[in-house]
Design a protein around this ligand. Sequence first.
Ligand code: NDP
Length: 289
Amino acid sequence: MGKEYREELVGVFGDPVDENPTVVVAQKAFETMGIPYRYLTINVHPEDLKAALEGLKAMNFKGMHLTIPHKVAAIPYLDSISEEASIMGAVNTIVNLNGKLYGENTDGKGFMTSVINAGIEVCEKKVTMLGAGGAARAIAVELARAGIGELVIINRSEERGRGLVETLKNHFPDLTVSYRRWNHTMVIDENTNILVNTTDIGLYPHVDARPDIDFNSIHSRMVVCDVIPNHPHTQLLKEAERRQAKTIDGLGMLINQCVESIRYWTGKTAEAEVMKEALAEEYGIDVYY
Ligand code: NDP
């Protein structure tokens, strides 16, 4: 019997995409799982997206991640998408099901796994969320599906904030959801159980940036979460730790969304801890821990 060289193909389409680190964690996961998968980082210009998606079928890719600027633009070219991705209005994971492309969104699921792994119960809880962009939409939908009691969305642009509130009201009629304008030194409601930053404040290289909130309104009974994946120990999380709040960083979300995508592509569960270590090794422990 000859040796088999063929590998199953997955990867990420983005533009720009050169510095996207997902290949590091995904490839490490496949190696550890002992399965012949190859993760490719592919720059696809927006005008070529349709042809690139057709190419997935022609070359029998198992699936693909989508990142900026394709998460929304790809939807019309897919054969079907999940209900959650449809509510979020964005797809980050494509699965090739026998030549039909199915769209999913694992960002919010990755966030939820981090929260569950930290032992946090979300049912009936009050969540305050900073931001109303793509990450916020993904997280808000999964929190609503998990049965939170109330969601307050604080966003700079009123239009985006109110837009997300309307979407959630339409799909989750039992959820109490409201918009608050982001004022200077915003005070977080005292009865907030979970505070989530979904803005890009603190994203590398602006690692000293901090959201314009009153940090003294954070207290020890709150859980404070951030989505910033690179330099995940953000100023917000440091302020929360100073006030004895429990904190959850964005690194877990990054890894866990990838674990979810790999499960869709392979039917197998990747080891999150090994993936984290791969990132830390690649970039230095102080960046990724
Ligand atoms: P979007 O551009 O869709 O949304 C950005 C949001 O941040 C908007 O609500 C925007 O407000 C707000 N914002 C940006 N700057 C400021 C500021 N100075 N003050 C107040 N609000 C601000 O981006 P995404 O939602 O796609 O990404 C957001 C972050 O989430 C990024 O840092 C990304 O890296 C991270 N992310 C992490 C993931 C993970 O796995 N850990 C997965 C996906 C995303 P406005 O509407 O007013 O412009």
